[in-house]
Design a protein around this ligand. Structure first.
Ligand code: SIN
Ligand code: FE2
Length: 284
């Protein structure tokens, strides 16, 4: 694994180059409850002000019994967002997908034309607040039978639409940037969040390939991503995610809990009143 120009925060890197003062003031520096010591912020590039300058978060809107506590206000400087090491093996590539966003949203439209958005049921029988679809050889499915991957869309009986080339190349490049070369995703789950939609804390554990990372691309409205630990009760980092951000997690964090707080209302020039997330996984 080679250190890249963009990101020095691959899993092979230790906690060198930590900027303590930035780490203290930068975002996720805390969980919903106690502060997490030793948060590393790597590869800062002072002076690059390409993105929303500041993220303020307060409260813990996700009424999760493990994620409550005092309101948190955090600031995240753009230079620390560019490549931010969340934990060993987990990296935020701030704005990584921004230059591809138009092509990515066109890809989303093409996928949705063949496999329209739907609200899947949880195994417990509740409709998910996100709308979903899939592309690639395997599609994630949730219903009364549980969570699993299917080769065909149960709504149409046809194979899931192919993964648009721009999806594939972006996911592979982002994984490599984060220290995971050779990523070959065979599944891409599309999540669409209308304002108020959320994703409760969960682990991605329906995939057979535990060595491959998860690559998660955010488009449209901003949201707060929770990134916890191996146990549900572990403290969560809280990351504001913006249009074009990519989060990659694998290695020691591959099965860590994560979730998305209810998406605040807003309007995005390209995506409208939605947040769309693309999650790339290697299942088989
Ligand atoms: C997921 O965990 O499947 C999606 C995460 C996100 O929407 O950011
Ligand atoms: Fe997930």
């Amino acid at each position: 694994m080679r250190p890249s120009a963009f990101c020095n925060a691959g899993p092979e890197h230790g906690d060198a180059h930590v900027s303590q003062s930035r780490a203290r003031s930068a975002l996720s520096s805390a969980s919903c409850a106690p502060r997490t010591p030793g948060l590393a912020v790597l590869s800062s590039r002072a002076g690059r002000l390409a993105r929303p300058q500041e993220a303020r978060m307060s409260g813990c809107a996700m009424r999760n019994r493990h994620c409550r506590g005092a309101p948190l206000t955090a600031e995240l400087f753009p230079e620390t967002r560019r490549c931010h090491r969340i934990a060993a093996g987990a990296v935020l590539l701030g704005g990584w997908a921004q230059s591809q966003a138009l092509a990515l949203t066109a890809g989303v439209d093409a996928v949705i034309a063949s496999a329209p958005w739907r609200h899947m049921q949880t195994p417990g029988g509740r409709a998910m607040s996100t709308a979903n679809s899939n592309c690639g050889p395997l599609g994630w499915q949730s219903d009364a039978l549980g969570y699993r991957y299917l080769r065909t869309d149960p709504e149409s009986g046809r194979a899931w639409p192919a993964m648009p080339a721009v999806f594939w190349s972006l996911a592979v490049a982002a994984a490599e940037e984060a220290g995971y070369p050779g990523f070959a995703p065979d599944a891409c789950l599309l999540n669409r969040y209308a304002p108020g939609a959320r994703l409760s804390l969960h682990r991605d554990q329906d995939e057979r390939d535990a060595a491959a990372p998860i690559v998660s691309v955010s488009l449209g409205l901003p949201a707060t991503f929770l990134f916890g630990g191996a146990r549900r009760e572990d403290p969560c980092h809280r990351l504001p995610l913006y249009h074009g951000d990519v989060v990659v997690w694998g290695g020691p964090t591959r099965f860590h809990y994560h979730g998305v707080l209810p998406v605040p209302d807003g309007h995005h020039p390209l995506v409208g009143r939605f947040r769309i997330n693309l999650t790339f996984r290697k299942v088989r």
